[in-house]
Design a protein around this ligand. Structure first.
Ligand SMILES: Cc1cc2nc3c(=O)[nH]c(=O)nc-3n(C[C@H](O)[C@H](O)[C@H](O)COP(=O)(O)OP(=O)(O)OC[C@H]3O[C@@H](n4cnc5c(N)ncnc54)[C@H](O)[C@@H]3O)c2cc1C
Length: 432
């Protein structure tokens, strides 16, 4: 049997890289295996070739190192001074992909392995089974598996694009499989839909684009806003501590946003939102997910203001409230105020975002580990619980439901640092 690794990281996205960065700083002697397979392009978020697809977090907050969050900005200024990047900018996501690649390549002594297909506990060690049949022993394992994809409706027709990003990447470098006078329907109006609009327009598509979503509105835009003053913040925090249900929370936020700039209120919640979420009874969390999550996302995950302005100035683009569904015969319908209208678009692009509700279905590693009892589903069934075994860490979207904030880089780097610190502290505790 080969010597065990000190740490095996499964997943090659930003969470995996952030963990590598934290481990290299706080546990420099560790022997690390990185099971990332051949997908080193940081897809789907950061592997694009278009500069119209931009970050939705200002550049100075996208660093992977929780102890130096301006690291991405510093890297850009040092390596690409000609780009002239300033704090507050929302730079192309492709640049962040370049930074991820540089961080990953900077870890020369890490051993690269195939994707993991199974995980077992054996004789006090973790044993990962790799896609090429290798069995890899490790003292600690971190699962950084990313976002579950949306599952398409069972009878979706051929012109239903289930994976917007895979479709986008499969296009030839120029042109589109669309006539200029055709119509495109976007199912959803979140940041993926925004990206699709920007990409289609950049490629010269001038036809009608219609977005239909439950919210019926684009995400909000960032704007310069001063943080809440200490007194208001204290007022808000005291009231939040008293909140016991979904209705009370929504009411409190409405009151706060009526008195203060709403962006400052939403931003003030971020640091405490996971604690607040965890403190709510399960039926209330369920209620919030069902009725308020879309609106929360619109206000919380904002885009650059010039992007929103471009959408609003686009006369061939509309966003409407409604639900899109597909009947058993494969006909796509738009339901608005109880009335169904057939959809006649040339392309229908599914932009509903991650399929948290199906996160534990299918054959992905996370779902299998739950079925095998290695991980426990969280109470909402949208991901897993933090593992009880201190040698196993889960980072990122797989924790959605237990946490409400767990997919963006500012959260991922904190989770990475916390995992490595936890392991280091565990080593210092006297053994019983
Ligand atoms: C279009 C888009 C734009 C976004 N923009 C932003 C933004 O501007 N700012 C921001 O902070 N966040 C943004 N996000 C959120 C984004 O989810 C995170 O920034 C980030 O990609 C999540 O990183 P991750 O490592 O957790 O997951 P992922 O990036 O999804 O990476 C997970 C990786 O694990 C691999 N993997 C899965 N299973 C296995 C296995 N069994 N073995 C080995 N490898 C495996 C996957 O192939 C993948 O490479 C965006 C997301 C999308 C989709």
């Amino acid at each position: 049997m080969s010597l065990p690794f000190d740490l095996a990281i499964v997943g090659g996205g930003p969470a995996g890289v952030a963990l590598l960065v934290a481990a290299r700083t706080h546990a420099p002697g560790w022997r690390i295996a990185w099971c990332r397979g051949s997908d080193a392009a940081f897809l789907p978020a950061y592997g694009g070739n278009s500069e119209v697809h931009r970050l939705n977090v200002p550049v100075e907050r996208m660093g992977l190192d929780a102890e130096a969050p301006v690291d991405f900005l510093d890297w850009l200024r040092c390596l690409h001074p000609a780009r002239g990047v300033q704090p507050g900018q929302f730079v192309p996501r492709r640049w962040f992909g370049e930074y991820l690649a540089a961080c990953a390549e900077g870890q020369a002594d890490v051993e690269h392995r195939q994707p993991a297909v199974a995980l077992h506990r054996e004789g006090g060690l973790w044993r990962l089974a790799m896609a090429d049949g290798e069995a890899l022993p490790a003292r600690r394992v971190a699962l950084c598996l990313g976002l579950p994809g949306t599952v398409p409706p069972p009878s979706a027709p051929a012109h239903w694009i289930a994976d917007a990003w895979a479709w986008w990447r499969s296009l030839p470098e120029r042109g589109l499989p669309l006539g200029t006078d055709e119509r495109v329907l976007l199912v959803g109006s979140g940041l993926t839909a925004v990206d699709m609009v920007l990409g289609l327009r950049q490629r010269g598509f001038r036809g009608r684009i219609e977005a239909v979503s439950i919210e019926g509105a684009w995400p909000e835009a960032h704007a310069d806003t001063s943080p809440l003053d200490p007194e208001t913040r204290e007022w808000l925090e005291t009231r939040l501590d008293e909140v016991a249900d979904a209705r009370g929370l929504v009411r409190l936020l409405r009151v706060a946003c009526a008195r203060q700039p709403w962006r400052a209120v939403i931003d003030a919640l971020r640091a405490g939102s996971n604690r607040l979420w965890a403190g709510l009874p399960l039926p209330e969390r369920r209620r919030l997910l069902r009725h308020a999550f879309g609106q929360w996302n619109r206000h919380r995950h904002r885009m650059a203001s010039d992007v929103l302005a471009a959408l609003r100035n686009d006369r061939s683009l509309s966003v409407e409230r409604g639900r899109v569904h597909v009947d058993a015969a494969g006909q796509v319908w738009k339901r608005q105020r109880g009335v169904d209208t057939p959809v006649t678009a040339a392309l229908i692009i599914d932009c509903r975002g991650p399929g948290f509700r199906q996160a534990l279905a299918g054959d992905a590693l996370l779902a299998r580990l739950v079925r095998e009892g290695m991980l426990e589903a969280n109470a909402l069934g949208t991901g897993v619980r933090t593992p009880a075994d201190p040698g196993l860490a889960v980072l990122g979207a797989a924790l959605f439901g237990e946490c409400i904030e767990t997919t963006a880089v500012p959260e991922l780097r904190q989770q990475a640092l916390a995992a490595v610190r936890g392991w280091r502290e565990g080593e210092r505790l006297p053994s019983r």
